[in-house]
Write a protein that binds this ligand. Structure first.
Ligand SMILES: [Mn+2]
Length: 255
């Protein structure tokens, strides 16, 4: 099995290194990942500057390429151009930080898996709910192997990716796996205003993640309760349930 690995924290991040080790136990690994931190870039593509692919070696073995682009760039460039064979699955992560609820929209990790799905390849994103660079990835590695095996054998319906979010707990406190829906939690954003040495203000986004307990089977709640959440996401964004209402709104459709 050929496994394409990418992430949004950059190719040197602890999480992707742990993922490489884990995936090497179940298949042939190729890594095509950003050469720098690319968190929260969403599904951005590089269209106004050249992309460079720098061969990536680990412990003397050529594993793939570091790209001066986004996570979605990495998957697109890898599958269409860099790889001689099409991967059987795309695994994106292990992200440092929870990608449940609204985070799935901002996440470059999830968007890389979305790009894999768009290209017709079974894909998953995997994240741990900790920003600690040194967080113990042992549990996450085991879950990555477990879910990737399922993805390889059972697959997912076309147009669907698996968004896997793991709580920041020790394996002994992990309560199990739940199939979930995207939660309703949001960020309470604010921008810190600071002043540069030239006397000009600059702005730095920060905020608090506020867990809203509105949906009982939501991914954010499951992760908060100590479960790994697997949310099937699709990129078809149409709100089909509201189409009839809009069609009957003559004010909108008469022009
Ligand atoms: Mn990230």
């Amino acid at each position: 099995m050929r496994i394409l690995i990418t992430n949004d924290d950059g190719i040197t991040a602890n999480g992707i290194q742990a993922l490489i080790d884990a995936m090497m136990t179940i298949g042939d690994v190729v890594v095509v990942a950003p050469d720098r931190q690319q968190s929260a870039v969403g599904h951005a593509l590089t269209v106004s500057s050249p992309l460079r692919a720098t061969p990536y070696h680990r412990r003397g073995v050529h594993l793939g390429y570091a790209i001066n682009g986004t996570p979605a760039d990495c998957v697109k460039l890898a599958v269409s151009t860099l790889l001689t064979e099409r991967p059987d699955i795309v695994v994106s992560g292990i992200n440092h930080g929870n990608n449940s609820s609204v985070n799935a929209i901002y996440s470059g990790t999830v968007s890389a898996a979305t790009e894999g799905t768009l290209m017709g390849i079974p894909s998953m994103a995997i994240s741990v709910a900790s920003f600690d660079e040194d967080f113990d990835m042992t549990l996450a590695q085991k879950i990555a192997i477990h879910v990737a095996k399922q993805l390889l054998t059972v697959g997912v319906p076309a147009g669907t990716l698996l968004n896997v979010n793991i709580p920041a707990v020790a394996e002994s406190e992990h309560k199990g796996i739940k199939i979930t829906r995207q939660g309703s939690s949001v960020w309470e954003d604010y921008y810190e205003i600071r002043r540069d040495p030239h006397g000009k203000d600059y702005y730095w986004l920060t905020g608090n993640f506020v867990t809203l307990e509105e949906l009982p089977d939501a991914d954010d709640i499951a992760v908060k309760d100590g479960y790994t959440a697997i949310t099937p996401l699709h990129y078809e964004l149409t709100n089909q349930g509201i189409m009839e209402t809009l069609k009957s709104n003559a004010g909108l459709t008469t022009f």
